[in-house]
Design a protein around this ligand. Structure first.
Ligand SMILES: Cc1cc2nc3c(=O)[nH]c(=O)nc-3n(C[C@H](O)[C@H](O)[C@H](O)COP(=O)(O)OP(=O)(O)OC[C@H]3O[C@@H](n4cnc5c(N)ncnc54)[C@H](O)[C@@H]3O)c2cc1C
Ligand code: FES
Length: 355
């Protein structure tokens, strides 16, 4: 395989080198359900005893949950065959890992019916979480809908690192989230339960405020110093895409992406997303990376580096083009489960990402 420009560390167009997000050893544990609580808005909270996962977890990582009793793992189930990915919502010392789920499908219903004292077979912590580079003094966390699930853990860690944290939360209605909404005067609402963890929290609902959280972010953006603020966005695909579009040129934006998953370990490639040639993330097992076979036959080549010549699939790939220094990139993909779920927005090829 011929290695082309664009390998990590070689591309003049890459953003400044960013520290890789944390990715700890993945443990497989049988976790006791310590608490199982139904919450408003078809949500459910599970507190699991999982000391090794609690010790190694960082915000933005998730657990991969087998929905059936652990002893049935070798018996093919008739429903919920795959594990379900759930963000680590909060750590409860000394050894508790909490998840928050919106109960929609069969897997969610089975998990929500798991009583206290039962056991669950879980893998974790999985994936790479949010980065907290030393230059970051302020974190602007933007969450939509069930994207709020990992926010408490994130706020706790940001507060512990003495990083000023501003959280903007959006939902369809005031009662869409399992949080008490407090509205005072003409100001936007807040979520006291989240604010108590150490953040300034603003909540907007489409029903009452007639505004999307991405629009609120656009209004607030000028208040933040571009050199010391990073945005962390978690929510529906359309929301994180919009945030990357409105803020990505001004501030670093980290996005947590969701994709349907099978193995959760980077092996089956069910969960790939297209990435730009600027992505300098160390690639995981089975990830394509930036390379083309010897002999360079065609293939979709995308415009790449603003500093150099670019080409598309109609450009002839003769020696002349190569001699001019034209840069070629194979389409590349990273896995959400192993390389993500958190990426810098500049790493994602938004144009080719499925809606
Ligand atoms: C990294 C990550 C973190 C997540 N964190 C949370 C969380 O904290 N709380 C929460 O409520 N939901 C979360 N989700 C979404 C959640 O995993 C899916 O909603 C869930 O798998 C749906 O399963 P189900 O059986 O209830 O629904 P069904 O719709 O019956 O699921 C059918 C199939 O689709 C898959 N699937 C459906 N939607 C998704 C999805 N969005 N992402 C991945 N697989 C999906 C399921 O795994 C299953 O194979 C997360 C997803 C990812 C990728
Ligand atoms: S789910 Fe198998 S590679 Fe991501």
């Amino acid at each position: 395989m011929k290695q082309l420009p664009g390998q990590p560390g070689e591309d003049a167009c890459q953003p400044a080198d960013r520290p890789a997000g944390p990715r700890a050893t993945v443990h497989r544990v049988t976790a006791e359900v310590l608490e199982s609580e139904r919450l408003p808005g078809e949500h459910h909270r599970l507190l699991l005893r999982a000391p090794r996962i609690a010790e190694d977890a960082s915000p933005g990582q998730f657990i991969h949950v087998w929905c059936h009793p652990p002893e049935e793992i070798d018996r093919p189930p008739t429903s919920a065959i795959l594990r379900r990915p759930l963000s680590i919502s909060r750590l409860r010392p000394p050894d508790g890992v909490e998840v928050l789920l919106r109960v929609r499908g069969v897997g969610g219903r089975i998990l929500a019916g798991t009583p206290r004292g039962a056991q669950l077979d879980i893998l974790g912590p999985m994936g790479r979480g949010f980065r907290m580079p030393p230059s970051m003094r302020t974190a602007l966390v933007v969450a939509g809908g069930i994207g709020i699930a990992p926010v408490p853990f994130l706020v706790q860690r940001l507060a512990a690192a003495l990083i000023e944290t501003v959280v903007l939360v959006g939902a369809a209605r005031d009662d869409s989230l399992p949080y008490h909404v407090e509205r005072t005067g003409h100001q936007h609402a807040t979520l006291p339960g989240l604010a108590a963890l150490g953040a300034e929290v603003t909540f907007v609902s489409e029903q009452v405020d007639a505004i999307l959280v991405s629009e609120l972010l656009e209004r607030r953006l000028p208040d933040f110093d571009a050199a010391s603020t990073e945005i962390m966005a978690i929510g529906p695909r359309a929301m994180v895409k919009r945030i990357a579009a409105v803020a990505g040129g001004r501030l670093p934006v980290q996005v947590s992406l969701e994709e349907r998953m099978a193995c959760g370990l980077g092996a089956c490639r069910s969960c790939v997303v297209p990435v730009t040639p600027h992505s300098n993330r160390p690639i995981g097992p089975g990830t394509a990376g930036f390379s083309l076979p010897e002999g360079l036959p065609p293939g979709p080549n995308r415009p790449t580096c603003p500093a150099g010549p670019t080409l598309d699939s109609s450009t002839p790939l003769g020696p002349e083009a190569l001699a001019k220094g034209t840069r070629l990139f194979a389409p590349s993909y990273h896995t959400v489960c192993h390389d993500g779920p958190v990426f810098y927005s500049s790493e994602i090829d938004w144009e080719h990402l499925d809606p």
